[in-house]
Design a protein around this ligand. Structure first.
Ligand SMILES: [Zn+2]
Length: 104
């Protein structure tokens, strides 16, 4: 049987005890804005290329999509939920922890 450890506080989770597998996806957004002017587009491409310089493929990939998985004990889950729900841009929905896209 695989032994689980809370990835936040480091406590050992005893066999049969309650724990949570948490998975978070961070996905870059797109507002459908594409510049009309060719010069502005060229400038954006130059800027994007400059931002890529010196960064590893992993760093660049994480700017577009990142999935983070971890195990939490019940106490740390409550702390995690409190932080997530404390984000002011998100609103609670009955069946979901977070509502996407956020409604203002
Ligand atoms: Zn914990």
């Amino acid at each position: 049987m695989k032994k689980h450890i809370c990835n936040n506080c480091g406590c050992s989770i005893q066999p049969g005890a309650l724990f949570y597998n948490c998975r978070t996806e961070i996905i870059s957004g797109f507002d459908n804005y594409i510049p009309d002017e060719e010069e502005e587009g060229d400038e954006l491409i130059k800027e994007a290329c400059a931002n890529m310089t010196g960064r590893s493929p992993e760093e660049l990939s994480a700017q577009v999509y990142e999935e983070i998985s971890f195990v939490l004990c019940p106490t740390c889950l409550q702390k995690f939920r409190k932080q997530l729900l404390g984000l002011q841009v998100n609103r609670l929905n009955k069946d979901k922890i977070l509502l996407f896209p956020p409604r203002v």
